[in-house]
Design a protein around this ligand. Structure first.
Ligand SMILES: [Zn+2]
Length: 162
């Protein structure tokens, strides 16, 4: 995924999990900003390393919590960074770096590959992002209705078991 795919899809799921779509959206693009920023600054030869592992999200989330003292913000940051990893799953990721060394291919610059997958996910992400702005109230209403249906389903199952 490139840009809108990460932000739109992550923010959309964030809204349905009662997290701030804005914070989730921003957090979901941070791994690329960090790692590609390090590459452009000449500090790393890889496009995915420092911020594309399982430890970056919790570390950033802890820093955010210490700075803001707000759990909801820290959880939204963690969710956004982990959504990024899930969305990048099509390519090899250094999941456990720095505990494990990976045989990554060094690169000299950022090369953006635009294939059908990227076009599709960017379109979906942009559509979801626009819908978050235009139909936010409707999406929140839909979320509440879904929760009622799911709760009702489980309540009936519990009654049947008893
Ligand atoms: Zn990435």
């Amino acid at each position: 995924m490139l840009f809108f795919g990460h932000i739109g899809i992550s923010a959309f799921f964030g809204l349905f999990l009662y997290l701030s779509p804005l914070i989730v959206g921003i957090s979901s693009i941070l791994p690329d900003f960090v790692d590609k920023g390090l590459l452009l600054a000449g500090l790393s030869p890889y496009t995915r390393l420092v911020a594309h592992n399982l430890f970056f999200g919790p570390a950033l989330s802890a820093i955010v919590y210490l700075a803001t003292k707000r759990k909801a913000v820290a959880i939204a940051v963690l969710f956004g960074t982990y959504m990024h990893l899930i969305e990048d799953i099509r390519t090899p990721l250094p999941w456990l770096w720095p505990l494990v060394t990976y045989d990554l291919v060094p690169v000299t610059g950022i090369k953006i590959v635009v294939d059908l997958f990227e076009i599709f996910t960017e379109t979906i992400g942009l559509s979801l992002l626009v819908s978050l702005f235009v139909f936010k109230k409707n999406l929140i209403d839909a979320r509440e209705k879904i929760i009622v249906v799911v709760k009702d389903f489980y309540d009936k199952r519990l009654v049947k078991k008893i």
